[in-house]
Design a binder for this molecule. Structure first.
Ligand code: TXE
Length: 477
């Protein structure tokens, strides 16, 4: 597959004609080419975007709604093609890609309705004046997304940015460009006016950097690693750009003795290992109340034994390939580190070489116990199929361990005690708290983290507010 940039409504080669190899992680081999674009391509994309922006901003909401809906329908119509491309590019099981493609279409459909419904406030000052807030499009905005949920997260940014009347310069991860490329074809067919969305492929430090440094791209919405987020924040701050940063996590998953343990264990398999553990919301630190520690641990191990690691295209596969060689090496190095730190591997810990896919990058789902809460394994984001388990004595200790990292993205806990549910939900220092569930998402809710997990929120009106600039107009009566 040869990927092309999407600039000014056309599929284009990168200006310098350079390409990067794109790997199929299930076989560890190159299967396609991705543009190795540079600042010239970003400048072209900006030029097209700025020429198109006012026209798009002034397009009636109902027209915006129709076009965004047509994009959603375009994805739905090609769901299988999209899902196959996503799994081949990313390594995730095909059944999971199919679900994610449904969500990618939903993102466009959801924000199509937001374009129709978005409204602003008015503040009356008795008989003296009336204030109203104009929420105006920002202009040209940048969207940068990662490799773990490629189209799902790419569309999660682009859809609200467009619904709010901006023109967009977007960059998917260089590791997983395929579905963003298919999306450009869908946008052309859906009749999105040229230049309104521009997709520039290539490396983060080249294309992403050029977007962040571009003085006229006035807002950046970024999802990715915390280190990259810090760098982007430092670059953008002197230009006073608006920033939304969705960064890493080291999420706790806490099981209390009073919980529905069977349900907690079954869901924990997903919380821990869905998408090879490569979801920023995965619970990588499992905390289990002392009195049920052995019972829950053993039940979880039995469930994890059932998970098949292998070819993403097989229906029976639960855990596919790790996205890239460097990431595979990183995850392996954390399994080694955990053992050096005194951890005991209860299950997994090894690489896997499925028949016919021996050179792919596969790692067994891994559970490690016996580590202190403060050790590196329990503090740093691994982002792979690796969790640690720790016992806790009481709620206070669980809370202390849960809050005891630099991250604050998502916490999950399991209890049937209603008072505890409310108390703990309020005390956990996280942007998202799931009680007796995990990854149950309503697109209207605020999405994002605190501490080193990011700044700002996506989702619902939060994203519409991020992608608009509020202006107060005060009229004396
Ligand atoms: O992310 P990067 P990587 C975490 C996870 C992972 C780590 C690194 O821990 O191991 O991040 O992954 C672009 N200016 N998450 O290296 O590099 C890059 O091209 C502008 C958590 O893939 O942050 C890509 O499009 N852009 C996360 C995007 O940023 C730059 C999901 C993310 O890449 C750039 C993925 C720069 N200087 C990884 N450098 C989550 N929370 O969902 C890179 N990019």
């Amino acid at each position: 597959m040869k990927i092309l940039n999407y600039i000014n409504g056309e599929l284009k080669e990168p200006a310098a004609g350079a390409y990067l190899d794109n790997y199929d992680p299930s076989i560890g081999q190159v299967y396609g080419q991705v543009p190795d674009s540079d600042s010239t391509d970003v400048a072209d994309a900006y030029k097209a975007a700025t020429a198109a922006q006012k026209g798009w901003e002034n397009t009636p909401a109902e027209e915006k709604f129709k076009v965004l809906n047509a994009i959603a329908e375009g994805i739905d119509a090609k769901r299988e093609e999209f899902a196959l491309a996503e799994s081949r590019d990313q390594g995730k099981p095909l059944w999971l890609s199919r679900n994610e493609m449904i969500r990618a279409a939903q993102n466009f459909r959801f924000y199509a309705t937001a374009a129709m419904q978005f409204a602003s406030e008015s503040h009356a000052m008795e008989n003296r004046a009336i204030n109203y807030t104009l929420r105006q499009s920002i202009g040209v905005v940048g969207c940068i997304s990662p490799w773990n949920l490629p189209l799902y997260l790419f569309s999660w940014k682009i859809a609200p940015a467009l619904a709010a009347g901006n023109a967009v310069v977007a960059k998917p991860s260089e590791f997983t460009p395929a579905t963003a490329f298919l999306l450009s074809e869908v946008c052309i067919q859906a009749g999105l006016p040229k230049g309104v969305l521009n997709i520039v492929h290539g490396l983060g430090p080249k294309v992403g950097q050029a977007m962040v440094e571009h003085p006229k791209i006035k807002a950046i919405s970024f999802t990715g690693g915390t280190v990259t987020g810090k760098y982007i924040a430092a670059t953008a701050a002197p230009m006073f750009k608006k920033l939304s940063l969705e960064l890493g996590g080291k999420n706790p998953n806490i099981i209390f003795a009073d919980a529905d343990l069977d349900k907690a264990v079954k869901t924990t398999v997903n919380t821990s290992f869905m998408n090879q553990g490569e979801i920023c919301l995965c619970g990588s630190r499992l905390l289990i109340e002392e009195s049920v520690y052995e019972e829950v641990k053993n039940a979880l191990i039995e469930e994890v034994k059932k998970l098949t690691v292998g070819d993403p295209m097989n229906d029976s596969t639960r855990i596919g390939a790790i996205v890239s060689k460097p990431h595979y090496e990183k995850v392996k190095s954390y399994i080694e580190l955990a053992q050096e730190e005194g951890g005991k591997v209860l299950i997994g810990g090894q690489t896997v070489h499925p028949e016919g896919k021996e050179n792919g990058w596969y790692i067994q789902p891994t559970i490690i116990e016996g580590l202190k809460a403060e050790c590196r394994t329990n503090q740093e984001e691994i982002f792979g199929p690796v969790i640690t388990i720790m016992p806790f004595k009481n709620e206070a200790e669980a809370l202390e361990i849960a809050n005891g990292t630099e991250y604050g993205l998502a916490a999950t806990f399991w209890t049937n005690d209603l008072k505890r549910a409310h108390r703990l939900a309020s005390e956990l220092e996280f942007g998202i708290v799931w009680v007796n569930c995990w990854l149950l998402r309503d697109l209207r809710t605020p999405f994002g983290g605190v501490k080193s997990s990011g700044v700002g929120r996506e989702g619902g009106w939060e994203a519409m507010r991020f992608f608009t600039e509020p202006k107060n107009v005060c009229i004396a009566l």
